[in-house]
Design a protein around this ligand. Structure first.
Ligand code: ZN
Length: 458
């Protein structure tokens, strides 16, 4: 019997590929790495029985985590330590608002709009370091892990914006001929230069001895040569002279239907300013009620109070009786207010109206009434200039154009307007100025005035 000798080589834990340190970017997935471990020697190595792990890794927090692995085989054991580093290697970012890189020439007090943000540390705006070098600015920020971000931007020193300039006083100024034009000036400011009112240059002249329209220009330049200007219109007018009995004179009769109303006092103020007398064909309908004092004022100021209609309802054209009932009612009302019996009338719709056909049962009421009113001592007036303010026209400019485009060299113009329309009242001042500047005289209608009768259509 022989005893064989078995040669046993030294046995121990065999560890391969074990990492003492693992680096991990925060928020990435952590995976255990226990390496390759077996028990035995290089000829024969068997799996260990178990691996026990201690420690944890929080990948959401930057830091170092110690993990220990204990490998066990039968009664033997080996412990190895591993450091897991959760790191932040992402640079923060800086955003610069482009508009804040604009600055006035030589501006010292620059105020850049910058935001800095780091994915891990959050808002770092108050950590940004700003370095200005001539026309460049560098912004630098570092996060807590030492990741640095730096950006350089050009500073745009320039002033390209025009200054602002505004007139003091009204854009249109009226000066009576031989009166005084007072220069009220203007104000100007510039984004870079501030108040530059003192640099305003005024050009243009007003000859107050000559009726006409003058332009004054106010121009200002900032220190970067950006300029801006505004103009003022100065109208030198003459007052109307209604006692002008010159037979060659062309006369304008301004007439206003359907009032009085909320704008009639404004109209009376304008007429007074130019010493123009006009004619009001009044009613007692709708909004015109409650303006008796305005009728009285117009009368006292020398305007003619004509009669239009008490109701302004076209059903008055049913018959002579219904028409005159309405006419006498407004006549009485005017007499009660002014003490004067007016016999100057205007038919609602004018004498040429066709609306009366809808009410008169074919009796040709307008042909009848035009004779009957004369027989009863009235005088009716139509018009030969329409402002259009009862139709399509709804702007002062257009009312003005409609009127002045209708004026020519005839001896008399009877103009139809409605003083219950503000845009129409607003056109009157320019109509007067135009008329006075072009040799017209304004007069109120009287029993002797031209009637501008229309062709009858019913
Ligand atoms: Zn009317």
């Amino acid at each position: 019997m022989s005893l064989g000798i078995i040669l046993v080589k030294d046995e121990d834990f065999q560890v391969k590929d074990f990492k003492d340190t693992i680096e991990l970017v925060y928020n990435s997935t952590y995976q255990e790495d226990i390496g390759n471990v077996c028990y035995g020697n290089k000829d024969k190595c068997v799996d260990v029985d178990e691996v026990c792990k201690e420690g944890f890794v929080d990948t959401t927090k930057v830091g170092e985590y110690k993990i220990s692995y204990t490998y066990k085989y039968k009664d033997k054991s080996l412990t190895k330590e591993q450091i897991v580093k959760v790191i932040d290697n992402v640079k923060p970012v800086i955003e610069v608002e482009d508009s804040s890189l604009k600055a006035c020439p030589k501006e010292k007090d620059l105020n850049f709009k910058v935001k800095a943000y780091d994915e891990y540390d959050g808002d770092l705006t108050d950590q940004v370091i700003e370095t200005i070098n001539d026309d460049k600015v560098t912004f630098k920020v570092s996060d807590k892990s030492g990741n640095v971000y730096e950006v350089t931007k050009d500073i745009n020193y320039s002033d390209t914006g025009a200054p602002k300039i505004a007139l003091k006083g009204d854009a249109t100024v009226y000066v009576v001929v031989n009166g005084t034009y007072k220069e009220q000036g203007a104000e100007a400011t510039d984004d870079c230069d501030g108040d530059i009112s003192s640099k305003i240059e005024i050009s243009g002249k007003v000859d107050t001895s000559t009726v006409g329209t003058y332009k004054i220009t106010y121009k200002v330049k900032d220190s970067s040569n950006n300029s801006k200007s505004v103009t003022r219109t100065v109208k030198v007018y003459q007052k109307n002279n209604s006692s002008n009995n010159n037979n060659t004179s062309k006369v304008i009769y301004l007439t206003f239907d359907d009032g009085p109303g909320p704008y009639t006092n404004q109209l009376l103020d304008i007429l007074k300013k130019y010493n123009v007398k006009a004619t009001f064909f009044v009613t007692n309908q709708g909004i015109t009620k409650g303006y008796d004092d305005v009728i009285l004022r117009a009368y006292k100021e020398g305007h003619t109070i004509g009669l239009h209609s008490m109701t302004h309802n076209y059903s008055i054209y049913r018959s002579s009786e219904t028409y005159f009932e309405d006419l006498y009612a407004i006549q009485e009302k005017v007499k009660r207010i002014t003490g004067h019996t007016s016999t100057i009338i205007r038919f609602p719709g004018g004498s040429s109206n066709t609306v009366s056909r809808s009410y008169d049962n074919g009796t040709k009421i307008m042909s009848k009434l035009t004779k009957e009113v004369e027989a009863k001592g009235f005088k009716y007036f139509d018009w030969n200039v329409s402002s259009g303010d009862a139709g399509q026209t709804t702007s002062s400019k257009q009312v003005y154009k409609n009127i002045i485009n209708s004026l020519g060299s005839k001896s008399s113009y009877v103009v139809l307007q409605h003083d219950i329309k503000k845009y129409s009242v607003d056109a009157v001042e320019d109509v007067i100025i135009y008329g006075l500047a072009n040799g017209y005289t304004f007069k109120p209608l009287t029993m002797d005035s031209p009637t501008a009768h229309h062709h009858l259509n019913n």
